[in-house]
Design a binder for this molecule. Structure first.
Ligand code: PBG
Length: 331
């Protein structure tokens, strides 16, 4: 798009249109509404684990009843979707990860709880083995190697169980190759043709996920790192190839993750593919901002400003732990 030519000062005084709130409103280019938000919530099956997460002040692990209340709150605030992250019993995490596709695992119970309480609220899930894996990885690990194709088979089972429980949107966050095609095919075959896939397409191997790993109880368990499957933060072209690949395999929507340090990728994904594009303002971004807000170093306005930046970068929506607080301000 061409930059419009403006005549020289004083014919052009860009401050003219900033003078009053009305004038500023008239020339506002992007907006943020609750419809742009997806609210990630943590649900625990472990007695005593509910409550605030130390590295994410203001964010709690919820019980199933807490998830029901969160669903009602989301609906009240016009947030269209909630995304469920399970905190499972550590003692039941195994190397084979079989609880990931157990219809009675805590994630699937939470999906059903939300759909029973607020049927119209969209429920999104996370597809990756880490919440149920003894070693904290998103895939099956054998002799120190994260297996790709065997993991995809496990993810398909996990996805079918989530679809069966009533999930509207599946969010594969595992970064295995070939998973989108495998999931799409299995969903179609099982009669879940309308279950959507929001692929974590450009997911970087980031240090900003630290607080999330505390929240789901994966910190200290992760053996090694996730660099053999998540994208190198230095790689823009590779991230775009991931998005192209996932769209070609049948992803309905794509995500860039983390968010704020990767706004360049968001813009480029939107411009190139013009598909529904989301970003994840991840736990570390939340912790930085909320920590500074709580210390009085930043005003709460940074919540709105940070989310608006995603809209400006071309995102249709954002997964953010600020979702309910921001929706309350916007109401
Ligand atoms: C794991 C998963 C992660 C997040 C969402 N799904 C962590 C990871 O990849 O280690 C991070 C979300 C956040 O930091 O808020 N499948």
């Amino acid at each position: 798009m061409a930059t419009p030519i403006t005549p020289a000062f004083p014919a052009t005084r860009l401050r003219r249109l900033r003078r009053t709130a009305s004038l500023r409103a008239m020339v506002t280019e992007v907006n943020l509404t609750p419809a742009n938000l997806i609210w990630p919530v943590f649900v625990t099956e472990v007695e005593g684990a509910e409550g605030e997460i130390a590295s994410m002040p203001g964010v709690e692990r919820l019980t199933l009843d807490g998830v029901r209340r969160a669903a009602e709150r989301a609906a009240r605030l016009n947030i269209p979707a909630i995304c469920i992250f399970p905190h499972s019993d550590q003692a039941l995490r195994t190397e084979a990860c079989e609880r990931a596709w157990d219809p009675e695992n805590i994630g699937n119970r939470a999906i059903r709880a939300v759909k029973e309480t607020v049927p119209e609220l969209a429920v999104m899930t996370d597809i990756a083995l880490d919440p149920y894996n003894a070693n904290g990885h998103d895939g099956l690990v054998v002799d120190g190697e994260i297996l790709n194709d065997e993991t995809v088979e496990a993810l398909v089972k996990m996805a079918l169980a989530q679809a069966e429980a009533g999930a509207d949107i599946l969010g594969p966050s595992d970064m295995m190759d070939g998973r989108i095609a495998a999931l799409r095919g299995a969903l179609e075959d099982a009669g879940h043709k309308d279950v959507a896939i929001l692929s974590y397409a450009a997911k970087f191997a980031s240090a900003f996920y630290g607080p999330f790993r505390d929240a789901v109880g994966a910190s200290g368990r992760l053996v090694g790192d996730k660099k053999t499957y998540q994208v190198n933060p230095a790689n823009r072209a590779e991230a775009l190839r991931c998005v192209a690949r996932d769209l070609s395999e049948g992803a309905d929507m794509v995500m860039v993750k983390p968010g704020m340090p990767y706004l360049d990728i968001c813009r480029e994904v939107k411009d190139r593919f013009d598909a529904p594009t989301f970003a994840y303002q991840v736990s570390g971004e939340y912790a930085m901002l909320e920590g500074a807000i709580r210390n009085g170093w930043l005003s709460r306005d940074v919540m709105l400003e940070s989310l608006l930046s995603f809209r400006r970068a071309g995102c249709d929506g954002v997964l953010s732990y600020f979702a309910p607080a921001v929706a309350e301000i916007l109401a």
